[in-house]
Design a protein around this ligand. Structure first.
Ligand SMILES: [Mg+2]
Length: 102
């Protein structure tokens, strides 16, 4: 399983290969919104709110589309996502630790 640092390098290599490293942060964020909409549509199908049949594979693909863009935005903004991931979980743990564990 690749770690986030490896995924950031893979995304950078992919974007360099196709000349997509010039994408602006605002455009990447807009594409992220688009992907979130696609994820939402899958969830509405899963819960039966939308009549079209739910497709787990489609949801998986949309989640990866959003993950790719998240990593891409991290690269563009110069953020070490792996470092920030663990820092975030330390913050979450402090919040959670205020509540009693069951
Ligand atoms: Mg998509």
């Amino acid at each position: 399983m690749a770690n986030l640092s490896t995924l950031q390098k893979e995304v950078l290599a992919y974007d360099q290969k196709y000349g997509w490293v010039e994408d602006k942060e605002s455009h990447i964020a807009l594409h992220m919104s688009e992907e979130l909409g696609e994820i939402s549509r899958c969830i509405l199908r899963l819960e039966g709110y939308k009549k079209e049949s739910y497709d787990k594979k489609a949801l998986a693909e949309e989640l990866i589309d959003l993950l790719y863009l998240t990593i891409k935005l991290g690269n563009t903004a110069g953020i070490d996502l792996e470092k920030e991931w663990y820092a975030a979980f330390e913050r979450y743990e402090k919040k959670t630790s205020r509540k009693e564990l069951k």
